[in-house]
Ligand binder design. Structure first.
Ligand SMILES: [Zn+2]
Length: 293
């Protein structure tokens, strides 16, 4: 029948249009979900130049900032990752009191409402920057926590932060690097990211001797890839699938050390000076993306 044949193309066209719309809608949904916050818990290594700064976000929006790099570059990074309207952080963690870790946390405390501050006990620290930090913490009114080895902080969504606090040995107390808090970012009980602050070889040996399980998917190279850390024996203990090196371009310390890069050469290496921000998806399958992906 002529009527039937004339209708079929119309029906086909409508079907096609609906399919295209559905495909477009599905694509839009997919893009929205993957690009927006809240699809997966993550740890993002912020691009703060020669320093460390990591933002941990859970699916339901818990936000923890570990270190702030030097200066205030961290503010722009946080604005871009969290959105400029978000002016609160659940927790700020200071691994140790050096400028390239604490410097940016001072303006962070000034701009953001922070509920908890976690830091190693630095009561002996009298540097000018730590006086500013202590004042900023007092002004913030945040609850201050001095962690001990074994402290575990539950962020929800299966994400926990597990702490190791190096023992302070009088022999090497001359550098605060030796007192860097070590943090395992765990998801469903598995270590996804091992944050090592600026620990050195003695700390790496201490961690191995502690008998704690160290194996972890992603290792943050200690001390910006310094040759005074990142030993082969520590790498063997952690057995990471990838390494992230937070480091500034052309820094005056020569970080990362070429020998350390050689040691990491069988692994994917992500560097903030080359890749910009580096984001690790904490849930299985653990995945790493870089700025501009
Ligand atoms: Zn450092």
């Amino acid at each position: 029948m002529p009527d039937d044949t004339s209708k079929r193309p119309v029906i086909r066209l409508i079907s096609l249009t609906i399919l295209v719309l559905l495909a477009g809608w599905a694509g839009y949904l997919w893009l929205t979900i993957t690009a927006g916050p809240g699809e997966f818990s993550s740890a993002t290594f912020l691009n703060v130049g020669q320093g460390d700064s990591e933002l941990i976000e859970t699916v339901h929006g818990r936000q923890v900032l570990v270190d702030g790099g030097p200066g205030d570059q961290v503010l722009q990074e946080l604005g871009e990752v969290m959105g400029s309207m978000d002016r609160s952080l659940d927790m700020v963690i200071l691994t140790h009191p050096h400028d390239d870790h604490v410097g940016g946390l001072i303006p962070v405390l000034e701009r953001y409402a922070v509920d908890y501050v976690v830091e190693s006990d630095q009561s002996a620290e009298t540097s000018a920057i730590m006086k500013k930090w202590n004042q900023a913490v007092a002004d913030e009114g945040a609850e201050v926590v001095f962690p001990q080895t074994g402290l575990s902080i539950d962020l929800g969504d299966g994400v926990t932060l597990s702490f190791y606090v190096p023992k302070v040995d009088a022999d090497y107390e001359e550098s605060a690097n030796h007192r860097s808090l070590v943090i395992q970012v765990q998801e469903e009980g598995e270590c996804r990211v091992l944050l090592t602050g600026d620990i050195d070889i003695a700390n790496e040996e201490e961690l191995i001797a502690s008998g704690l399980p160290l194996s972890c998917d992603v290792l943050k190279a200690a001390h910006h890839g310094s040759k005074y850390a990142n030993t082969q024996v520590f790498l063997d203990a952690v057995q990471p699938s990838a390494v992230v090196i937070p480091v500034g371009a052309a820094n005056r310390y020569g970080h990362p050390d070429p020998g350390v890069l050689d040691r990491f050469s069988s692994l994917p290496i992500y560097r903030t000076d080359l890749h910009g921000r580096v984001t690790v998806q904490l849930s299985e399958p653990v995945d790493i993306g870089v700025q501009g992906d």
